[in-house]
Design a protein around this ligand. Structure first.
Ligand SMILES: [Fe+2]
Ligand SMILES: [Fe+2]
Length: 315
């Protein structure tokens, strides 16, 4: 698809009945068509009706206007007219749209670099509006790729990191590591990723390669920290052993990977992203504690209860 020179946005990040400081395009039949002219307005009803059809694929802004769009979103985040729950939605939708492009960028080093401001924004929001953090989590079930999943895993992981007392720099690294934990899935065939129903043996073999694929991709870029690599390479290891790809156990597993192992499983159990029926938060955590306890760092599992309790209270 030739969307070069443009990046995706979600219409839910556009403020109704206000001049829009950039043009918005739609992609039709292989062409970018100007849909909203610079300086035009969109009424709330129009945004709502269009957004209903907005799969995240369809609305674009010119790449050169990316700083302008970022400032526009920043203004929304600082506006006293927009409440914290709406801000959570705007932050989520603006981040995800940018991440969708970054996750497909061939240069992962640069993608991680460009993701840093997103993680900073998330941390700032979590600090300023802790009661609205639950609003950052996706409510929609569908996920044709891994964007929503990765984003949610990073929100839970940052919650857990903060409960474990990580400092700011560690939190920023954890944010990046958890966002990119499944980067290796870009080398797994799409029909396997999107398959409805259980995978057969050979499909599983390929799926289980994604931590190795991910490490390979990350190793191709300089300056990617060991923590980020570990979140990717070790997140399917198991606390008592028996995980993959290295069969590590306990403290041998990097703390970031132990966190992601937990938040990744939790997210998979509580959202309808593949063929499973989603579980309720407490149900999922109890099952993780009772049936899957060998997989997770017990201290972290304990801390996860308090993280979710806070988020649930918020939602
Ligand atoms: Fe994974
Ligand atoms: Fe994952």
């Amino acid at each position: 698809m030739s969307t070069k020179g443009y990046f995706r946005i979600r219409l839910s990040t556009i403020r109704p009945s206000e001049d829009i400081p950039f043009a918005i395009y739609i992609y039709i039949d292989g062409k970018m068509v100007e849909y909203v002219r610079l300086g035009d307005k969109l009424a709330a009803e129009k945004i709502a009706s269009l957004h209903g059809r907005d799969t995240g694929e369809s609305f674009f802004v010119e790449e050169i206007n990316k700083p302008l769009y970022r400032d526009y979103v920043k203004d929304s985040m600082n506006s006293s007219k927009i409440n914290n729950d709406q801000k959570a939605t705007i932050l989520r939708e603006s981040s995800i749209a940018i991440l969708e492009d970054l996750f497909e960028a061939p240069d992962v080093g640069q993608a991680i670099e460009e993701t840093k401001p997103i993680v900073k924004d998330l941390l700032e929001f979590m600090e300023n509006a802790p009661e609205s953090v639950g609003g950052l989590i996706s409510l929609s079930g569908h996920d044709f790729y891994t964007y929503n999943h990765s984003f949610d895993v990073s929100i839970y992981s940052l919650g857990l990191g903060s409960a474990l007392g990580f400092d700011k720099k560690t939190m920023e690294e954890l944010g990046l590591g958890s966002l990119f934990h499944d980067v290796g899935k870009r080398m797994v065939a799409l029909d396997i990723l999107c398959k409805r129903g259980p995978l057969d043996d050979s499909e599983w073999v390929q799926m289980k390669m994604h931590p190795q694929f991910g490490l390979k991709i990350l190793n191709e870029s300089p300056n990617i920290t060991d923590g980020i690599k570990a979140a990717c390479y070790e997140h399917h290891e198991s606390w008592k052993g028996g995980g993959y790809p290295q069969d590590l156990s306990g403290q041998e597993i990097h703390p970031f990977a132990r966190i992601v192992a937990l938040t990744d499983t939790y997210d998979a159990m509580t959202t309808q992203r593949s063929y499973n029926v989603p579980m309720r938060p407490v149900e999922a955590l109890n099952m993780m504690k009772e049936k899957l306890t060998h997989k997770f760092d017990p201290e972290m599992l304990k801390a996860m209860y308090s993280v979710l309790f806070k988020m649930d209270n918020a939602a």
